[in-house]
Design a protein around this ligand. Structure first.
Ligand code: NAP
Length: 676
């Protein structure tokens, strides 16, 4: 078999490893050398310059929506060409279902970011973080937090186990933020990452400089980073500590996000008995987490906690299931678990397993390993193994050592406080799960342990058919964890994008803040309109354009008619004496919904036109009561415009209702869809 040279992509060129410093990559299945990687021919400063001078400006010229469309196109391209990646993945030990987690999961994450970018971010280059802050009595000085892209590069350093997902889950939020990336995959599986990067670059969908790749070591790259760069590391706690304590990074306050090893756990609720659906569900989750990717998942269950009386039934059920797992050639469709990534990884796992035996008993240790369709000694095969620790309170290793393979330890707990105490002894994890049908058990575990875990996953008979599995990080939800899990956060929807943006507090007059945030804010300039704004297309409308309507007097008949028509005869509208007893009402008052309805009657232009629909209202506040005899008028102002597709966009209108004394009685934001 010929040995593949895994190239890096640096400053617009593919660079091959040189003979003197290349590292070998072995097939997980046969142990043969299949590829080599090495980066000593790279000019790291040129890579950083290329990212910052070419990639960064090109990405920052695009709006969030442009970048989201780009992500969607890249994800579609990868999706259409992913079969070549599956083929390559067999050499890393991944079965087809393992690859679906890595490859399809990575592409799916890109799609989610593409969609969230369009729905949750503006068609702008600036993101407004939180609400406008009033900083002065008369409203002439206000504040707003904004987020803008960092002017640097996102450097990813990734673990070997997810060569595609590990890259794409970081790349999607980085590019959406408008920041170029340099990806450094783990050498053991960098040939997979290289193939995926080639697909993306060959698609021509990414601006030049947006994506570069280092296969091999990173040389002195970290020493060249600045405060505008972000290092996003995934790997072992040991490597994380080495890298994040780099003096240059500390001196220059370079952001460092760490996702590192983690002793994730699963708790079987005390309400569960062996004949309930939750017992089988628990066994399913544990066995899946131990055997998927041969247990080489950062979120895999390493510690299993069961009520004392269920420990033996759980051991019996898990052991029976593990015995039936078919281990072998990952390319064989009947194989359920392939080898570990390499012989050295298997050696590491076995070394840690031996330490676990100091304080726990290996169950079924002599069952042996049967490997189908491959040589069990040449490949990095290892049988899944469960350990039983009868005295978890006096154990150390089981709460400290991560065997990054198909190994897990089961232990008893006395009550939920004890279970939470054991959960938290892991010193910080990515995910803890609890399998229970009792909401109070779920609450007690969540409250008792959430501070030590990045994610709490609860499952039962209600959610089991639709739930994602314990080990799946989802792009919508935070991935990361405190303490030994690294203290970092990734994903979590748009939160993940913000790691690559600088949050800045801007303060100034309303006009300044409107211009900076491309959003009209109260007390900034309003321009009066000649033509009714409902007759204008999306593109014709200007921020701050304001319609001031005629006024309308509210009569007691209006209030009564509305009450009887809608059925809302609440006493504050109908009973003078009772209404007067309410401290903030002068007597009977108009319904808030009557005011909203009359407001629409005042501002709506009824003819068919560019306004296609009213899709909602938000931020509704009734600020002052309106009584019979009062009159209202509406100030309708274009606040923000967001394109939604090729034909129309959403307009947000600031709606202010004032009374005859020009006092504000209600405010709201109206959402409409307007044709282009
Ligand atoms: P690792 O040995 O710590 O390596 C991680 C990355 O760091 C690799 O790209 C590696 O490159 C690089 N690296 C190692 N030493 C370096 C140095 N001195 N300078 C610069 N880069 C260096 O971890 P791994 O064995 O690949 O992955 C397994 C570990 O990752 C497990 O502990 C697992 O729990 C953890 N993990 C965590 C998550 C999470 O999201 N929290 C996800 C997956 C895995 P080379 O390969 O070239 O050495």
């Amino acid at each position: 078999m010929s040995v593949h040279d895994v190239a890096s992509f640096a400053a617009g060129k593919w660079v091959h490893p040189t003979n003197d410093a290349a590292r070998s990559i072995e097939s997980a299945v046969t142990g043969e050398v299949i590829a080599r990687a090495g980066s000593n021919a790279l000019d790291y400063q040129a890579m950083l310059d290329y990212a910052k001078m070419v990639g960064g400006p090109a990405l920052r010229d695009m709006t969030f929506h442009d970048r989201a469309r780009m992500l969607k196109a890249v994800a579609t391209h990868l999706n259409n060409n992913r079969s070549a990646l599956y083929e390559l993945a067999y050499t890393t030990g991944a079965t087809l279902s393992d690859s679906k987690i890595d490859i399809d999961g990575g592409i799916g994450t890109m799609f989610v970011y593409a969609s969230k970018g369009r729905r949750e971010l503006p068609d702008s280059t600036t993101y407004l973080d939180g609400d406008l802050e009033q900083l002065s009595r008369n409203g002439t000085f206000v504040g707003q937090h904004i987020c803008t892209p960092k002017l640097g590069v996102g450097v990813q350093i990734n673990a070997f186990n997810f060569p595609v997902w590990g890259m794409l889950e970081k790349l999607a939020p980085t590019l959406l933020a408008g920041v170029p990336s340099i990806v450094k995959p783990a050498t053991a599986t960098c040939h997979m990452t290289e193939a995926c990067v080639r697909l993306m670059l060959d698609s021509g969908l990414l601006p030049e400089g947006a994506l570069q790749l280092i296969t091999g070591g990173i040389g002195d790259l970290l020493e060249r980073l600045t405060a505008q760069d972000v290092v996003n590391f995934t790997g072992s706690a040991q490597t994380a500590l080495l890298l994040k304590s780099n003096q240059h990074l500390l001196k220059h306050a370079v952001s460092f996000i760490a996702e590192q090893d983690s002793l994730n756990s699963s708790v079987l609720g005390p309400d569960v008995s062996i004949d309930t659906p939750e017992f089988k569900l628990f066994i399913d989750e544990v066995v899946r987490e131990m055997t998927t990717k041969a247990g080489q998942k950062c979120t895999a269950i390493r510690r299993i906690m069961a009520p004392e009386h269920l420990v033996q039934p759980a051991i019996d059920a898990i052991e029976a299931r593990l015995d039936a797992i078919r281990i072998g050639d990952p390319a064989d469709k009947d194989t359920q678990m392939g080898p570990l990534v390499s012989q050295s990884q298997r050696d590491d796992v076995m070394t840690i397993a031996a330490q676990l035996e100091d304080e726990s008993r290996a169950i079924g240790a002599n069952n042996g390993l049967t490997v189908h369709g491959a040589d069990s000694t040449a490949g990095a095969f290892l049988a899944p193994m469960i350990y039983h620790c009868a005295d978890p309170d006096n154990a150390q290793h089981i709460h400290q050592l991560e065997a990054f393979g198909p190994i897990s330890t089961i232990m008893p707990y006395r009550d939920l406080d004890h279970a939470c105490n054991l959960l938290n002894r892991g010193g910080g994890s990515l995910v803890a799960s609890v399998i229970t049908h009792d909401p109070q058990v779920a609450r007690q575990v969540a409250v008792g342990s959430a501070a030590w875990h990045g994610r709490i996953y609860v499952n039962d008979r209600v959610s089991m058919n639709e739930s994602t599995v314990h080990g799946s990080p989802l792009p919508h939800m935070l991935h990361g964890g405190p303490g030994r899990a690294g203290g970092g956060e990734e994903l979590g929807g748009i939160r993940g994008v913000m790691h690559y943006m600088q949050r800045t507090a801007v303060q100034g007059s309303p006009d300044m803040i409107s211009a900076i945030g491309e959003t009209w804010v109260p007390n900034s300039a309003q321009t009066s309109v000649e033509a009714h704004p409902f007759t204008k297309t999306f593109h014709e409308l200007k921020l701050g354009e304001t319609l001031v309507t005629d006024s309308r007097e509210i009569s007691i008949e209006d209030i009564e008619t509305f009450a009887h028509f809608t059925g809302d005869t609440f006493y504050a509208h109908m009973d003078e004496e009772a209404a007067k007893a309410i401290p903030f009402f002068p007597g009977r008052v108009a319904h808030g919904y009557l005011l909203l309805s009359f407001a629409a009657g005042l501002f709506v232009q009824p003819d068919p036109g560019p306004v296609l629909a009213n899709t909602g209202l938000s931020d509704l506040n009734f600020q002052k009561p309106v009584s019979a005899g009062d009159s209202i008028r509406v100030h309708l102002t274009v606040k923000r415009k967001t394109p939604r597709n090729e034909d129309y966009g959403e307009v947000r209108w600031n709606v202010e209702l004032t009374n005859q004394d020009n006092e504000t009685v209600a405010t709201l934001i109206l959402h409409t869809i307007n044709a282009f």
